[in-house]
Design a protein around this ligand. Sequence first.
Ligand SMILES: [Zn+2]
Length: 407
Amino acid sequence: MMKRRLFLGAGCAAGALASGCDFSLRDGVFNACRADLPTDLRDHPLVTSAWRGLNPEKVWDTHCHVFGDGDSGSGLWYNPRLEQIWRPRGYVQREFYVNASCVDETPGNVDKSFVERLLGKCLGMPPGFHVLLFAFDWARDDAGAPMPERSTFHVPDTYVAKLAKNHPAHFEWAASIHPYDPKALDRLDAAVEKGARAVKWLPSAQNIDPADARCDRFYARLAALQLPLIAHAGDERAVHDFGEHLGNPLRLRRPLDAGVKVVVAHCASLGEGQDTDRAGKVMLPNFELFARLLEDPNYRKNLVGDIAAITQGNRMNVVPILLERSDWHARLLNASDYPLPGVVPLIYLKSLFDQKLLDPEALEPLRRLREINVLLFDLVLKRSLSLNGRGFPAAVFETAPFFKRPT
Ligand SMILES: [Zn+2]
């Protein structure tokens, strides 16, 4: 048992998108991937009260990953090292993603079944609900050339744009454009043309320094287009090939000062970063550095945070603070980090209850929901969190207006 636990823990620590995790096996290991929502669960008071006061038309889950192996000709790619069982970290991580998203691994079915399963989950939500799907650019060198050997995933803009075009009732999309790519500005214009709602970066995995002057032209165009930049901040733990320092929230001052609308993914809720506002090497929780930006009156209009994955064991220390700071609520966007909420050991529901953030009666229906529809599970869980009777208001979940394009 001990061996198994360590093995899984190592896989998780290397999880490409997992941002590290505090493993708990007490809720089980694998997601059962059940299909239909039974009536008693659909009509459960926990579920109905989660939707009460929400306009589903405005409810977008603003952080969803897409993956596959390209077996449909999609251009989807993952690094073959994830498949090598003698490198257990990558292998276990990949198995969890496959399981969490309930993918059919039969060759030729991987890409297609990922989309079908995700659509099935969207159909389990009230009409109007959308997910914001993320493309994922290559890691690129300083001249902007792709570095497949140092990349973990590649999810082409064109593929995700097509998914959104083919399924407009359920999908919106965010492009992923590396600012060092010599074609970055053309790609940005093309993405906007195809209906992109944002640009997504994972700096430590893609070799992007958000504080570098090389990004300035890109920032100027983003600001002119009023297109939000969703930047992963805080530790990544998994793909930190180019250094966790790139995830320091203070590096995002550069796009903020350029007038870019910035979404700090996960509210930077993991790890420590250097307080570069002070002399010497003072390390502070990245979340605290994010809070400093949030409190800065200069960024009141263009800085928000997403609450993707904050219920994970290693991030949930920020939940009470985020619940308490009602003055921040208008600047938080709900998001699931799909498929991660389906990775059962990442979210240990009982410890949320132990911290008095979750009603004990919510545990059983939430466990069942997770096995059937992780999008619904994540939304109901976040809607059910409360501290001294105070939860996240509807505005945190009604995220669509933030991504509205100027006409
Ligand atoms: Zn993510």
